[in-house]
Design a protein around this ligand. Structure first.
Ligand code: PAF
Length: 277
């Protein structure tokens, strides 16, 4: 496995691969590799070509400096894990390689905005689409792999590919969940022992109510989730809503819909979504 830090070097490698008609599978990450990322890699293995995992903690998608500073950086461990999981290239550029002209973002995608996380993380998705487009431009992948955990991100990137007429196949990969039923996330590596216990309590509340919601849809269950979470000290809940998977509009039926939830456990933001069918 090769570790590449410079865009000039990745370009050189890619032009060689292109001349051999080798297809590129790209898995963009911000590191702190866990089983969720590894499941994207094993999905990539089903496609011909070589697998590139990018590791770049993108400053422009953090709307709070403390969040960026606290983001886990576990590069050596990440490289070790990736080398054992059929990754051929790790692309881990410095900030100035990705943003040579400074940390600027562009708002280019207006679809699936002003809802869910976009209402609470101003500028976040502009940072995401900016860096993902930069990565796409540098790497020119045939297939890209994104997890359904960040469902709104996935929809926005899918739209970006369509809007820009990019010849990229977006592969949507289901969330990998821990034993408590919640999707894995790099942020959770920052949990204290107390946080872990509280997180399991939150998971139980969500899962118990989810079963009721799946059995028979009722908006009162959404209030119950919020109240149950508040009763164990979760005071900051950004949203708890049912939306259509296709349009991300609010939904009042289970068919093709998901429960979307975001809340804070101390300073750590938790987001997840669950199919209701
Ligand atoms: O989902 C993530 O880890 C990030 O938002 C991404 C897509 C790698 C862009 O920085």
């Amino acid at each position: 496995m090769k570790i590449v830090k410079k865009t000039s070097e990745i370009k050189e490698i890619l032009s060689y691969l292109e001349s051999n008609k080798t297809k590129i599978n790209l898995i963009p990450t911000m590191g702190n590799i866990h089983d969720g990322h590894l499941s994207l890699l094993s999905e990539a293995n089903k496609f011909e070509g070589i697998n590139i995992v990018s590791i770049f903690i993108n400053p422009t998608q953090f709307n709070e400096i403390a969040d960026l500073e606290n983001y886990p950086n576990t590069f050596d461990n990440d490289v070790n894990l990736l080398s054992k999981n059929n990754c051929q290239i790790v692309f881990a550029p410095e900030i100035n390689e990705m943003y040579p002209g400074g940390l600027e973002t562009k708002k280019t995608i207006f679809e699936y905005r002003k809802i869910l996380c976009d209402n609470f993380r101003s500028g976040h998705f502009d940072g995401v689409t900016t860096i993902v487009k930069i990565l796409f431009d540098h790497i020119n992948p045939s297939n890209v792999f994104f997890g359904e955990k960040d469902f709104q991100q996935l929809k926005i990137i899918e739209h970006m590919i369509i809007e820009n007429n990019l010849k990229i196949n977006l592969v949507k990969c289901p969330s990998i969940r821990g034993t408590n039923g919640m999707s894995l996330s790099s942020r959770y590596s920052k949990f204290s022992e107390n946080d872990k216990t509280k997180f399991d309590q939150c998971a139980k509340i969500i899962n118990d109510n989810l079963s009721d919601l799946i059995e028979s849809f009722d908006f009162k269950i959404l209030d119950k989730i919020k109240n149950d979470l508040k009763s164990i000290g979760i005071s900051s809940i950004d949203y708890c809503e049912v939306r259509s998977e296709d349009s991300l509009d609010l939904s009042s039926i289970n068919k093709d819909s998901r429960l979307f939830i975001a809340f804070y456990l101390n300073a750590i933001r938790i987001i997840d979504n669950f199919t209701l069918y």
